[in-house]
Write a protein of this length. Sequence first.
Length: 213
Amino acid sequence: MTITAAHIIRFIETVAARIKEQRDYLTELDSAIGDADHGVNLDRGFSTVIGKLPSLADKDVGTILKTVGSTLVSTVGGASGPLYGTAFLRAGKVAANRFELNPAEVVAALEAALEGVQARGKSTRGEKTMLDALGPGVDTLKAACANGEDFVTAMRQSVAACEAGMHATIPMLATKGRASYLGERSIGHQDPGATSTHLMARALLDVVESLHL
Ligand code: ADP
Ligand code: MG
């Protein structure tokens, strides 16, 4: 299976539309353990990204992803802007000058995104952040591809691991980001960033599944 620049554009459009749909839900999650802006922040960023897509129609995957990353860094307030921005910028670096990616290259781009979030956030798994969804998602995708699964199956397993990771943030104590200010009171709430990461993973799966039909 090959992921083309047009598929990446469709992925970004899907993410933007779902963030708009889920904006209030994401913000509600952030109101429990943060400052009630996660959905609003991401919607602002991805709405700006949508405005730039027409100029990216004939560009390579690297340019598309890097434009998304730099737009998120400059328009999304809060921690999630620089973190998601870095993720897209790092993935874009791996995909530089490529008009299509094979599954191994998608895995490499996602691994670079994961490393970027860890480096930018000075964070690791188990701290009740987006990493608790992104980490298992990327690991599972890599392992499934290494086991010879076809890419659709590998992506389904990846999204299931990402979803489990998102739910696993509920009982966690937050030790990074704004939620950590709450200490023990952060326990019992699902992390907003892990939730938006799952939304993005699901959007990628939907694009991949649509190619499989
Ligand atoms: P802010 O917390 O600045 O208001 P957002 O509400 O947009 O920013 O995003 C909050 C999300 O960002 C959290 O739910 C968490 O998943 C993620 N996050 C915050 N700090 C870090 C970090 N250091 N590393 C990884 N993810 C983080
Ligand atoms: Mg917030």
